[in-house]
Write a protein that binds this ligand. Structure first.
Ligand code: ZN
Length: 172
């Protein structure tokens, strides 16, 4: 990955998440399960969430794919456990905005996601980084609409809304 989407400073953080992904264990029982894939890279993720009241009490993020997608899913597991779905959606939206060129916020704790900021310079890899987060956002939307989450694809999202931005903003 020399000269790739990860700055040298952050490479070890990303690779640590990739090698030792947090939350990468299937939950015995869960309230929501959603899946997504990123055909342009071959990444796949299955997201499981269990709730305690309105808070996410446990997360399973089962990733297969490149280091950027698996590490992003691992960072997600760390960040969203204990949050409400609304708070988790806010984190997802913040990260999505960063990946589409926004500045890194100072008012929300995005944890190790800072290590993936450099990915935004590589549009093809942005889909890798966003895959688990888009899957989460779609699961939240499905819950609001009272339906089961359908498997999502980063390609479908692009096709339906021209850009991922448009589609996800329509979803709010
Ligand atoms: Zn990937």
């Amino acid at each position: 990955m020399t000269n790739g989407p990860m700055d040298a400073l952050y490479r070890e953080v990303v690779l640590d998440h990739h090698r030792h992904p947090r939350g990468a264990v299937a939950l015995d029982d869960y309230d929501v399960q959603a899946s997504g894939k990123n055909p342009s890279c071959g990444d796949e993720v299955t997201l499981q969430m269990r709730f305690d009241g309105d808070r996410i009490s446990a997360v399973g993020v089962l990733s297969q794919g490149c280091a950027i997608s698996t590490s992003s899913g691992s960072m997600m597991a760390e960040l969203v456990t204990g949050l409400t779905l609304e708070e988790a959606s806010e984190v997802a939206e913040r990260f999505r905005r960063i990946m589409h060129g926004g500045e890194f916020p100072t008012d929300v704790d995005l944890g190790d996601l800072e290590a993936l900021e450099g990915v935004k310079k590589f549009p093809v890899r942005v889909k890798c980084a966003l895959l688990p987060w888009v899957t989460l956002l779609d699961a939240v939307l499905a819950g609001r609409q009272g339906r089961q989450p359908q498997p999502i694809s980063t390609e479908d999202i692009t096709a339906h809304g021209n850009t991922m931005d448009v589609t996800l903003e329509e979803r709010q």
